[in-house]
Design a protein around this ligand. Sequence first.
Ligand SMILES: [Zn+2]
Ligand SMILES: [Zn+2]
Length: 141
Amino acid sequence: MEPGAGRPKLPKNYRLIYGVLCAQAEGHHAAASEIHAAARQLQPGIGYSTVYRALDRLRDLGLVLEVRLPGSASALYEPARPGHAHFHCVECGCVEDVDYSLPVTDLSALAQRYRIEIDSVVTTFNGFCDRCRSGRTEGSA
Ligand SMILES: [Zn+2]
Ligand SMILES: [Zn+2]
């Protein structure tokens, strides 16, 4: 898929940032500093604030998903893909994609009950990842 295809109004820098995100491995969640470093490879001199502005805008457009984790000051970014939630390990801090989405019927029931309009759902599960979990159950080695 061509980054930014069908959205000719997206500034060049924003398309560049979106391209950087789309080029990363699926399931990878990049910090802004990492995206900045990758963008600089393509366009030396691109500023940190430009990267931040682009990420904000891409998020608002629904092209990029911003993952905010409890207890972490900086967000992680990935191209938006519907139907997945995040698992966050409270031990090592890793973030993994998990296939999960709230059934649409649940959402419309909620919306009706509280007379609200739901635009998006962000789900994060917290716990211990496989590695940390087995480290815990094996006890001290
Ligand atoms: Zn872990
Ligand atoms: Zn994800």
